[in-house]
Every structure is written in C-alpha cells, then in structure tokens.
Design a protein around this ligand. Structure first.
Ligand SMILES: NC(=O)c1ccc[n+]([C@@H]2O[C@H](COP(=O)([O-])OP(=O)(O)OC[C@H]3O[C@@H](n4cnc5c(N)ncnc54)[C@H](OP(=O)(O)O)[C@@H]3O)[C@@H](O)[C@H]2O)c1
Length: 326
C-alpha cells in the first residue's frame, strides 16, 4: 500500500484507512484482530476509531468497544510504533453530552488514551462542528493537547468549508497547528441536494474546491454507503434515491461488466483517483470483503474515470443541451 501525507503535517498514512466503527458489537474481538492483522500485512498503517465506536447501548465501558479492542491488539502485537492512530471526540454517549468544549476534549482524550493503552494519538479529530462552543475554545484545547504531547496532529470531521476556512484563520492568528485533514461522508453516489444525515456532513462541490485550494486531505467515510453497491443489494438509503443515482449505478454496472472490476472496487478506485482524491476508510466485515477492498490497489480503471465522472452530469434531456446555462 502506498502512503500519502496528511495535508502539510508530515504525517504519512496509507492510501486506504481501516475503519473500526463496527469493532465490538458487530465484529467481535477475534474477527477484529483478524481485520487489523490482514490490513497491516497488506501494508496499511492508518487506524480510524472514536470514543463512541462499538459501545454497547448502555454505554457500559467494560463492553468490548473499538478503542479497547485496538488497545488490546496493540499490546499483543507490540505494533504501536508502526500504526498511525486516529480517534475523535464530540459525539455523545451515555453519561457524556454532545459537544467540543475544552473540558470535554481534554477529559475524553485522557479516557481514549487509557483505553488504547498509549500515551499519544497521531491524529485527533473534532468529530462534529459544535456551534455552541466558540471555535477558539475547541481549537485551543487541541493545541494544549499537542503541547502536552498527547496528540500529534489534528483533524476535523463533519465540518462545512466555511467553518474550516474560519478554523484556518484562527490558527493563523494564534500561530496554532491547523487541521491537516477533513473526514466526511463521501462516495460515488451523490446525496440529493439538501439531504440531511443528522450531524454528518457529506462532500459537495464547495468542499471539493476548498480541499483543492487548501491542500487539506480528504478522508472518506461510509465509502460503500454500507453495502449499497454490493451483491447483497441492501439497498440505497433514501437520501441517495434519485435519477442521478440510478444512472450512476447503471454506469458502474456497465463498466464492471466490460472491465471485470467489481462495482465496489470501481467505487474505491474512483474515490482514490478523483479530484480531489480521498483516502477511503475501508470497513470489511469478512476476509472476502477485505480482499475485494485491497484488490482495488491492483486494478487500473483510469480509462473509465471520465465516464464515471460524467455519468448523470448534463444528462438533463434535450431542452438543457445548450453550451451555457443562463
Ligand atoms: N466521521 C464520522 O462521522 C464517521 C461516520 C461513519 C463512519 N466513520 C468511519 O468510517 C468507517 C467506514 O464507515 P462504514 O462502516 O459506514 O463504511 P461502508 O464502507 O459504507 O460500510 C461498511 C459495510 O459495507 C459492507 N462491505 C464492506 N466491504 C465490502 C465488500 N468488499 N463487499 C461488500 N460489502 C462490503 C459491510 O457490510 P456487511 O457486514 O453488512 O456486509 C461493511 O460493514 C467507520 O468504520 C468509521 O471508522 C466515520
């Protein structure tokens, strides 16, 4: 697996990250260990977790949650030094409210470090953009964690472009380390305009332009929209049901038949080779799914990129076929 720098941070991560949200309740500890072993054996180094992942509904911290499972794997394998470890703060769980106040960030970071059995995180994200806490307070807390050696670099997740621009201005004014990456919902299918996913934010045109302009790295979560492209045909969530998606799925199917590359691999390939390119967080439940995901690294779908990019664009019928839209 090749590596890429996260923004201008100097931190090198693999071109596919390992999502660990399902470690615990959905993927038990034994299987989770297998996914981490397989991913590292394939050359991967970038683990993505969060303080809320894999918790039991009661929030019982003794349940096998994602951070604890990763912590036990790191202890057993002794591989902490080889892994770029990312976690997040901001979403609620029983006993902890939503938000990114200074108190919340600093206390949750200590808990996360304890669970992971490490004294530093390579990357710490604000999991959400908390409009009720001044951005200066949240960013200031992250800078303190950097000074204390608990965190090396910082990232943002579920932010809009204008808020990221504001964060850059605050960091410039204060001489602070800025966010090096932004983690958003991102896939080949595009949600309908104005779609809402709770606090989650998806990548739209403005965010793409912002990323190209600033050089922040884009990390794509829910790259498969939880199996929407798979053989199991779990279905496309309502926010994605549109003529645009129908055409894009049809194009994927056509290219897959022509090329022998699976629709899932085409989606990963497209994410990794579009402009701006993204680091997809793969989250395979099984060895077969893992093989399919990393198999993307062996395919070349460059000759299909334009067709995938342009699928459904401008396909608005004869009345709209004018060179300019006034
Ligand atoms: N920042 C945020 O707010 C945020 C939000 C969500 C997720 N995340 C991160 O992003 C990671 C990925 O998110 P996600 O789990 O929603 O990703 P996803 O890729 O959209 O969905 C993963 C699911 O797709 C299916 N799948 C995976 N590989 C497959 C394959 N090769 N063939 C067929 N089906 C396949 C599996 O479902 P089955 O087991 O049912 O087959 C798997 O559980 C998470 O683990 C987490 O680290 C971040």
């Amino acid at each position: 697996m090749k590596q890429r720098e996260l923004g201008k941070s100097g931190l090198m991560v693999s071109e596919m990250g390992l999502g660990t949200m399902s470690f615990g309740p959905k993927i038990d500890e034994k299987e989770s260990f297998k996914r981490m072993d397989e991913y590292v054996a394939a050359g991967g180094n970038f683990f993505d977790t969060a303080n809320i992942y894999g918790r039991s509904p009661s929030g019982n911290s003794d349940a096998g949650d994602s951070e604890r499972i990763i912590g036990r794997w790191l202890k057993e394998t002794g591989k902490r030094g080889e892994i770029v470890l990312a976690s997040k703060v901001g979403f609620p769980y029983p006993g902890i409210e939503y938000g990114t106040t200074k108190k919340q960030i600093k206390e949750e970071c200590v808990k996360t470090l304890q669970k992971l059995g490490t004294d530093y995180l390579d990357l710490y994200y604000l999991h959400t953009d908390d409009f009720d806490t001044p951005m200066e307070e949240s960013l200031g807390a992250l800078q303190e964690l950097i000074k204390e050696g608990k965190v090396r670099h910082i990232g943002a997740s579920n932010f809009s472009a204008w808020r990221l621009e504001r964060s850059l201005a605050i960091c410039r004014e204060n001489g602070w380390e800025p966010f090096c990456c932004v983690q958003q919902r991102h896939s080949y299918l595009r949600p309908k305009q104005e779609s809402v996913f709770g606090q989650q934010k998806y990548v739209e045109l403005e965010m793409k332009e912002f990323i190209k302009d600033t050089g922040m790295t884009l990390i794509a979560y829910c790259p498969l929209i939880k199996g929407a492209y798979g053989k199991k045909n779990v279905g496309v969530p309502g926010q994605y049901i549109s003529e645009d998606s129908r055409i894009r799925l049809k194009v994927l199917e056509e290219i897959s038949k022509e090329s022998g590359i699976s629709p899932i691999q085409l989606v990963y390939y497209w994410l990794m080779n579009s402009s701006p390119s993204a680091i997809p967080l793969i989250a395979p439940s099984t060895w077969e799914q893992f093989q399919e995901a990393v198999g993307t690294l062996d395919v070349n779908a460059s000759k299909y990129m334009q067709r995938m990019d342009e699928a459904a664009d401008g396909n608005l019928g004869p009345d709209f076929r004018t060179p300019m839209y006034f």
